[in-house]
Design a protein around this ligand. Structure first.
Ligand code: PLP
Length: 382
């Protein structure tokens, strides 16, 4: 291949995934081994000695992740939260401060507010859309601005380049949780972010059959510190999990195309309903983040939320009546899911500044035939 960066789908299918030199196997094998024979003491073949430190299946995934995000170091973890914990405990220390978006993923908020707080890390929720509020939230001890865009579950959009400037002016790092967009639609490192976080459980895995997480950075020094702690803290992805994510990644582009094609149709349908108070989807021209999303993303994704005039009662009823949409937490798989964030994914944020509206329903739009999804929503809304 030439020096030109291969296209996204080519990278997804080939980066880190050369046919196995020993057998010619086209697909990277699941290397179910903990340890590696040494040719004499310290004589490692290919750098492998113990599978917490490195495993060839995980290496393949890590190289693919780095290529997709246009970073230089990729690291695969046992879950998104394991990745977040490793990252935060690498770049923070007792006394450090983190600014996070006002509607960050509930689990991220819980990690920071309930676990890292006991370790002396402080935090301030801020509206990432308000640059002045964001600057006000910064302290001399701020090490990280934690940004999700689009956010979960409110689909707010933050301007990554602008947020990176605020972070860097304050001597902090910008971390972007890119789970919702996936690297197919948005590559935050190219917009100034220092680290990208993924729950690979979601779109990267794509089939609701594996829990995993990832970090990617283009900063070599930071990449080394993170890799050191990935091994020292040990929350690594197992070989089979790494293999499943790698398989999912190969079809990320075609899946995302269909996810967002279906999402756009469903957004239009919900807009036309008199019982729907608002539709939260960045692809809609009236969405407050539409212009920024159009600039920094190559598409608007497959996640959509809506609020019901009938309040919590109607929101719960719609969730329970849906049939093609499965009532379940998580997102990003080929099957459509429906959930009530207030009672389910974001229940841990109840009573906090990150509490979500009770009349909100979140959809993870799958890749089924859109007519079936529309008919299901129609009957569930009643
Ligand atoms: C699911 C999710 C996480 C956490 O990832 P796990 O793999 O469940 O640990 C973090 N951020 C976002 C946006 C998520 O959707």
């Amino acid at each position: 291949m030439s020096d030109r960066l291969p296209g996204f789908n080519t990278r997804a299918i080939h980066a880190g995934q050369e046919p196995d030199p020993a057998t010619g196997a086209v697909i990277v094998p699941v290397h179910l081994t903990t340890t590696y024979k040494q040719d004499g003491v310290g004589g490692l073949r290919g750098g492998y000695e113990y599978s917490r430190s490195a495993n060839p299946t995980r290496t393949a995934l890590q190289e693919a992740l780095a290529a997709l995000e246009q970073g230089t170091s990729g690291m695969a973890f046992a879950s998104g939260l394991a990745a977040e914990d490793t990252l935060l405990r690498t770049v923070c220390e007792p006394g450090s401060h983190v600014v996070l978006g006002g509607d960050a993923y509930g689990g991220t908020y819980r990690l920071i507010s309930k676990v890292l707080s006991r370790w002396g890390v402080e935090h301030t929720p801020a509206d990432l859309n308000d640059a002045d509020a964001l600057r006000d939230a910064m302290r001399p001890t701020t090490r990280v601005i934690w940004c999700e865009t689009p956010t979960n579950p409110l689909l707010n959009i933050a301007d990554i380049a602008l947020t990176a400037d605020v972070a860097h002016d304050g001597g902090a790092l910008l971390v972007v949780d890119n789970t919702f967009a996936s690297p197919y639609l948005q590559q935050p490192l190219t917009l100034g972010a220092d680290v990208v976080v993924h729950s690979t459980t979601k779109y990267l895995g794509g089939h609701s059959d594996v829990v995993g997480g990832a970090l990617v950075t283009a900063d070599a020094e930071l990449g080394e510190r993170l890799a050191f702690n990935q091994n020292a803290m040990g929350a690594v992805a197992g070989p089979f999990d790494a293999w499943l994510v790698l398989r999912g990644i190969k079809t990320l582009g075609v899946r995302m195309d269909r996810h967002q094609e279906n999402a756009a149709r469903i957004a239009d349908f919900l807009l036309g309903r008199s019982d729907v108070a608002s539709v939260l989807y960045p692809g809609l021209p009236h969405h407050p983040g539409h212009d920024i999303a159009a600039r920094q993303m190559s598409g608007f994704g497959g996640m959509l939320s809506f609020r019901l005039l009938g309040g919590e009662e109607q929101a719960l009823r719609v969730c329970e009546r849906a049939k093609v949409f499965t009532l379940a937490e998580s997102l990003g798989g080929v099957e459509s899911l429906i959930e009530h964030p207030g009672r389910m994914t974001h229940a841990s944020a109840a009573g906090s500044p990150l509490e979500v509206p009770a009349d909100l329903v979140r959809l993870s739009i799958g890749i089924e035939n859109v007519e079936d999804l529309l008919a299901d929503l129609e009957q569930a809304l009643g």
